[in-house]
Design a protein around this ligand. Sequence first.
Ligand SMILES: Cc1ncc(COP(=O)(O)O)c(C=O)c1O
Length: 384
Amino acid sequence: MRYDFDEIIERRGTRSEKWDTYPADVLPMWVADGDFKSPEPVTQAIIGAVHRGLFGYTIADGAFERAYAHWAASRYGWEADPDWVLWAPSLGASLATCIRAFSKPGGRVAMLSPIYPPFINLCYLNGRLPEQSALRDRGHGYAIDFADLEARLAHPDTKLLLLCNPHNPTGRVLSRRELERIGELCLRYNVIIFSDEIHADIVFKGKHVCFPTLSPELASITMVGMNASKTFNLADLRSAAIIASNPRLRQSFVSEIARCNVGRCSLGIAGVIAAYTRCADYADQLVPYLEANMRLAVDSFSSATTHISASMPEGTFLLWLNCKKMEMTQAELVNFFLAKAKVALNSGASFGKGGEGFMRLNVACPRATLRDGLRRIAKALAER
Ligand SMILES: Cc1ncc(COP(=O)(O)O)c(C=O)c1O
């Protein structure tokens, strides 16, 4: 079927984090939450479950695990066995679980920064040190500083690498060669990899390489984090998955998450199964829509101002804006967008090393909403 991503749905007053955090005159373009209606089979699957009117504890019957394995095989060419799939309430929770399971208190956890803020915060909250290897900004995209990354992985207290690919916030989709080099270093220094691939479906240029497909050796030290939430707007369904071929990694993960005694939600599971087994056409149509939105945003910055620059990302619906030429402090930048332009963006400073002077803009919204946001920013820049 044809999906209408131009449809505008009122989200204010729905306890939406994105829409109900800021005053009504502010257009929210921050948290990585899309404004598109989820595909109909997802809604119908949940309605079917709701109609029974019973919300008791649920068990694993294998359908959720098969759905994730099916998506990994059909979209990323990774023939994951459903037995390798572990349920988790969210990728955030599984990040925390991996930090606790695969590093020691006081130990170091490596990552490429700037980075999705919980990579950093969850290290601190769990008594670990985030080892941020800053990506090199080449002006037209970011590159890994392999010498710096190696030094951090070589540290005897570093036991875990949190990788994010496609990368939030820079939009880099790492190449096979880059991933192989990262993998070689992790093998050399005995570092486990948690590969957060939550944005894997949103790729404009090149192809997403699912980390364990690089080699069986690399698969044996890797756990992949997936969630249908970004592609199908299901963040509220709290039904993510961790996939690992190595039973020892799975066992460590399961033992750690068991300490929290969290349980599955059947409504979320029904939604994810529908998305991954019946809605591939939605993902196919969403990607070109997001790519066109992204181009519109990138072009608008190059025509509206020389003070903000953005290069076309290879993937994700997140645009990383270099605002250094605005010559403002980070607090002034945040205030400029919020109070003058009346758009809510994410402050680059929250993304760790390399984030100062940047802001992150989410383009996962109907085109008319995006145009409204871009116009607000252009107007505020003109009046500056
Ligand atoms: C890279 C990345 N990982 C994880 C998450 C959060 O996922 P979840 O809602 O499953 O915790 C996000 C959300 O923005 C993200 O961008």
